[in-house]
Design a binder for this molecule. Structure first.
Ligand code: SF4
Length: 830
């Protein structure tokens, strides 16, 4: 192993090969701030990564009361000591000089500093006034995938039982709503079936619209280590861009955007035609096979090839790969989730696993991935659409049970309609029925589709907007009240990653100025509002993170996401543990569905499902007749073309996405120098063929225009599929003169200037992958390269077209075998 590696230039670090069915060897990655010697670290404080959904366990190095670095936890099941670039360098943003340190309120059009009492009194007074004059439906909450479990749960209780509003959702709607919906449609309930450990056992790994190398770089290290070991897995990559995954794939399919259902139906067709199915599993555990077989009967590779613009022979190869695997892991992410048939496509991946009997055993893993670090908590705590503990809003017994936990009357919990999704919450604000919107830990003025519309909604005089964040984001600049929040390392809480692993993140340092943990802010609000239970006692009975965790355990008891076997003490002692963790599974649960489909029974399921084409909720009667015994449901779907297709005026398909070095709207990663320098500004990717046809080259300044708006960026010519443009969505305006949007005479920079207000009918996840757009030259690059990284899917097709991305000495990270650490182990650290 190398002593020091530039982890910007070599993001995945040094290989430690291992063979199939072996344990992934540990490698401990450590990064300390310049000038800090290991001996100077006074404390190592237990935490986990907050800049993606992988849940990499790490310890925070503290010296002189400051965070000075991070080190991976070799004992942890998720990362075995490894850290990705965002883990290694992202923590520096916590100490950024422009952190918010005092509350702000808008006076005469300007945001001015004030004290907490004034700000919170204002929020409480407006809440009371609206409750009296317009009722609970006039208040909405839009939260994040980046707070802690205890914070979401507290928010869910105060919003649903305190205010009594149905309008509470997370930005996870943009990100993992389809994961949840696809699991509910198939298994009746959310809950990731597989485990990251399945990567150790698989002989085939299929990645559908999932650029794991950039979104979960540590699990990509795991796959890279397996690829160099004995009996390596073969990869199927479905992605229109030349990702690192594509480079290593046995089969790479680069379909037209919006055609996933056609492709998956062809894979199912081939699997059934060649009888590569597990009949016993189908008979014992599923319903709907005959309908599925009939639906895909005509979906030949040749048929799909025309739609997807992929050779039929490649589809046949892909079908053979997944159809003959003895242990198949499939992962799904935004390439599937952010399109017009998102749930329909994600469900077909579930179907593939079910008809092949690839479930509930080592290496037979299904991972409907998440994007954000705590998206799973948003979902399970009831802050992302559903009721807490995966309870079914249409099932009166579930609502009554939740009311019992909260000691309120069942009618106090809104369940007259599905919990309102984020796109609808913004629509209500636009139409005027919603008059107060409390936004915590997210930045819709950059991340939502069709930004001109979002800015105009948030700027309305009649809408009272509260924003709770670390910095004066694009969204905060439009708020009426801004509340300064503490972040990870400055507060304590639990977080659960995409494979159900729960970690504890402990407070290491004080937050800056008067910034407060999100939990304290919600508790303060609940006190000021004097929310009561049905006996007149306080609705919220907890007052710190650990008591909030204990309250959540009571809510989760007996539910699929049962946390009752966990405690802060246990999480400190054992590092990550997968839920459910209870009396029956005191060590946690590696895989769901090892012994049948546990939560699909009509009395237990989280959802009665939806029509995949219209999104209409099914009733219990329909569900009972389809699935009386609670089996997995094989739901078929017909391919439907994208809502917006290229034409003469807008001849390209446009897809937005992520890069390895940034997270979400770049609020944190843009303030970490190594990450920001690796990808400092927006760019536009185009194929070599299209560039040549249009006479464009590397570094040319171009404008991308859609029916909604436009942006400018420098061109990167890559191996992306012909006819497709890619723009990273991270870049907004906080570091430009515009502040919250483009200035009056400045062009757009954010990808979402161009995206459309439209969503998948079932999951309500917006479409970021299927718009059409025009590309025009603004100015020649004149030798200036695009700011896109060269180490990732954005690599130029012509070697040498841009200088290689590197971090230099500032990015040097040590990678060690796990031996003894020089500074001992403090409480709360390993
Ligand atoms: S970047 Fe996208 S996928 Fe990632 S966390 Fe944000 S919304 Fe989710």
């Amino acid at each position: 192993m190398e002593d020091a590696t530039d982890r910007i230039a070599r993001p995945w670090g040094t290989r430690v090969p291992y063979g199939r069915h072996e344990t992934w060897p540990a490698r401990v990655d450590t990064f300390l701030a310049e000038g800090v010697e290991p001996g100077a670290v006074r404390r190592w404080v237990q935490s986990a990564s907050i800049l993606h959904s992988d849940g990499d366990a790490m310890d925070i190095a503290v010296a002189d009361g400051r965070m000075v670095g991070v080190r991976g936890r070799d004992v942890d099941r998720v990362n075995r000591g490894r850290l990705g670039p965002k883990d290694l360098f992202g923590w520096q943003a916590n100490a950024s000089r422009d952190r918010l340190t005092r509350p702000l309120v808008r006076r005469d059009g300007q945001l001015v500093e004030t004290d907490w009492d004034t700000a919170m009194d204002l929020v409480a007074a407006r809440s009371r006034e609206l409750l009296d004059s317009r009722g609970p439906g006039s208040i909405g909450f839009y939260t994040s995938g980046q707070l802690f479990l205890e914070e979401y749960y507290t928010l869910a209780v105060l919003a649903r039982a305190g205010i009594g509003t149905n309008h509470l959702d997370g930005n996870t709607r943009l990100c993992t709503a389809t994961a949840a919906e696809a699991l509910k449609e198939t298994f009746g309930c959310d809950g990731q079936p597989g485990s990251y450990d399945d990567f150790d056992h698989a002989d085939v790994v299929a990645l559908f619209g999932h650029n794991i190398a950039e979104t979960q770089p540590v699990q990509w290290m795991r796959l890279l280590d397996r690829l160099e070991g004995a009996d390596p897995p073969r990869l199927l990559c479905v992605d229109p861009r030349p990702t690192r995954v594509a480079e290593h794939a046995a089969v790479h399919l680069a379909p037209r955007s919006g055609t996933n259902v056609a492709l998956l139906n062809a894979l199912l067709h081939e699997t059934i035609r060649h009888e590569r199915i597990d009949r016993d599993f189908i008979d014992a555990h599923t319903v709907g096979f005959e309908e599925l077989a009939a639906r895909v009967a005509d979906c030949t590779p040749k048929w799909a090839a025309e739609i997807c613009d992929v050779p039929a022979a490649r589809i046949e190869e892909a079908a053979e790969l997944v159809g003959t695997a003895e242990a198949l892991v499939s992962t799904v992410l935004q390439g599937v989730y952010q399109s017009h048939q998102a749930t329909a496509a994600a469900v077909q991946v579930n179907n593939l696993h079910l008809i092949r009997g690839m479930l509930g055993r080592p290496g037979a893993g299904l991972l409907q991935m998440n994007g954000q670090p705590t998206a799973q908590n948003t979902r399970e705590c009831g802050a992302n659409g559903d009721l807490p503990g995966f309870r079914n809003w249409q099932n009166d017994a579930h609502v009554a049970d939740l009311a019992r936990v909260w000691n309120v009357e069942p009618e106090t919990v809104p369940h007259f309609a599905p919990p309102t999704h984020a796109m609808q919450i913004f629509r209500y604000a636009e139409q005027g029925s919603l008059r107060m919107l409390w936004i915590s830990g997210t930045n819709p003025a950059v991340s939502m589709p069709e930004l001109p519309r979002i800015r105009s909604i948030l700027s309305q005089e009649r809408l009272f907007t509260v924003v709770q964040d670390l910095y004066l984001t694009e969204t905060a600049r439009l708020a009426d009240v801004v509340l300064p929040a503490a972040t990870w390392g400055e507060k304590t809480g639990a977080l659960t990653n995409a494979d159900r692993t729960v970690h504890l993140s402990c407070k290491a340092v004080e937050p800056p100025g008067e910034a407060r943990p999100d939990l304290d802010i919600f508790l303060d609000y609940a006190r000021r509002m004097d929310f009561r239970d049905k006996d007149g006692g306080p609705l919220i009975t907890w007052d710190d993170p650990e008591s909030a965790f204990e309250a959540w355990k009571r809510c989760s008891a007996g539910r699929p996401c049962d946390y009752t076997g966990l405690s802060y003490a246990r999480l400190r002692d054992t590092s990550g543990t997968q839920w459910p963790c209870d009396d029956r599974a005191p060590e946690g649960t590696a895989r769901l569905y090892t012994d049948g489909i546990s939560w699909a029974h009509p009395d237990m399921c989280e959802s009665y499902g939806k029509d995949l084409e219209t999104g209409a909720s099914q009733e219990v009667v329909e569900y009972r007749s389809l699935n009386p015994d609670g089996r997995a449901m094989l739901k078929a779907a017909a391919y439907l073309p994208p809502h917006e297709e290229p034409d003469e005026e807008y001849p390209f398909q446009l897809t937005t996405g992520r890069t390895l070095y940034h997270f979400h709207t770049r609020t944190k990663t843009g303030r970490a120098p190594q990450l920001n320098d690796a990808a400092p500004d927006v760019w536009v990717e185009v194929s070599a063929g299209d560039a040549e046809r249009l006479g464009l080259g590397e570094g040319d300044l171009v404008e991308v225009t859609s029916r909604r708006g436009s942006l400018r960026g420098r061109l990167r010519v890559t191996g992306i599929r012909t006819g497709l443009l890619f723009v990273p969505f991270h870049y907004g305006y906080w570091d430009t003169a515009g502040g919250s949007g483009p200035g009056p005479d400045t062009p757009g920079r954010a990808a979402n200037e161009t995206t459309v207000t439209d969503w998948d009918p079932a999951s309500k996840q917006p479409l970021f992958k299927t718009a059409s757009a025009a590309l025009t030259l603004v100015e020649r690059g004149g030798g200036r390269p695009s700011p896109a990284p060269t180490t990732t899917a954005s690599a130029p097709v012509a070697a040498g077209a841009a200088p290689p991305t590197s971090g230099g000495p500032a990015a040097r990270t040590t990678e060690q075998e796990p031996t003894e650490f020089p500074h001992g182990h403090e409480e709360g650290a390993r």
